[in-house]
Design a binder for this molecule. Sequence first.
Ligand code: FAD
Ligand code: FES
Length: 302
Amino acid sequence: MNFMHRIVAKTQLSPNVTRLDVEAPRIAEIRQAGQFVIVRRGEGAERIPLTIADGDPATGTITLVIQAVGKSTRELVALEPEEAIMDIAGPLGHPTMLIDAGRALCIGGGVGTAVVHPIAQALHRRGVSVLSIIGGRSREWVIFEEELRRLGEVTVCTDDGSYGRHGFVTDAAKDALAASKIDVVYAVGPVPMMRAVVNLTRPLSVRTIVSLNPVMVDGTGMCGGCRVAVGGETKFACVDGPEFDGHLVDFDLLMDRLTTYREFEQQALAACEEAECRVGLGPTPAGAHPGSAPRVTIASLQ
Ligand SMILES: Cc1cc2nc3c(=O)[nH]c(=O)nc-3n(C[C@H](O)[C@H](O)[C@H](O)COP(=O)(O)OP(=O)(O)OC[C@H]3O[C@@H](n4cnc5c(N)ncnc54)[C@H](O)[C@@H]3O)c2cc1C
Ligand code: FES
């Protein structure tokens, strides 16, 4: 049986990042910081992991913040309020390891800022002092600033200096680490950013948690798609993570695995663009998902 999840609100946060507030009462009730869901837009669609950026048990909704990077994410952000997502499985993954007191530095790059938000929220609820450093290419790419300001001090960085501090989040992080005692760092964003943060904190021996984003398929530890190496051991990000001790993560392997399916992804995106992403706009061949194209299968991920 499928339970459709109605979209109750849609907000454009930046040129390619969209917020969807979606009905998912059970998940809204039990989700914890750091957890994610696996979403399938409709019959035949790919399953994609998305962090639960926020949730409200009172309204029974969860917040998904989606960066449109390929076929499936574009199809999701094309949905409008009152339309529905077919499947949302979760909450999945281990909740964030939170400290109980002290000062935490939360660093978010791009859509990673929405992923770091529930962590900052949970820390704030515990009485931890939260300093957030968030970044984007330019002003229009900065997201979740207001939400994070409700939880503590925020430094905004833009690559072009159009808003906040000119430069990367790592520049501001370096200063923050030098200026005051930081008990733990949470960093979420592009792999090079997380690696740069880890390189900053390692010599200072400041514990650093990163959220990894390998390709996931089933989200249950069965397919092996999300394999990562942490401290020389193989881990599955969906069931062992997605958050890990950044000082132990093999970022080279992660980068390598993230680019493995680029050709398939580009083909899928090209087919989607060719069909002008006609999601729900026209007739689709029997049995095919709108804009369907070569898809990564579970077997090809192993
Ligand atoms: C635990 C976790 C939480 C995530 N949370 C968010 C979030 O809150 N917001 C957000 O915008 N994105 C999030 N992502 C990334 C998101 O899942 C991918 O961007 C999405 O699956 C891309 O699908 P696509 O078809 O649009 O793009 P594609 O063209 O298929 O792929 C574009 C890139 O996305 C990544 N990707 C592709 N398929 C998957 C997959 N099945 N699983 C994971 N990564 C994939 C790859 O790096 C790929 O190069 C998260 C990923 C993980 C693992
Ligand atoms: S997605 Fe983690 S093992 Fe399949």
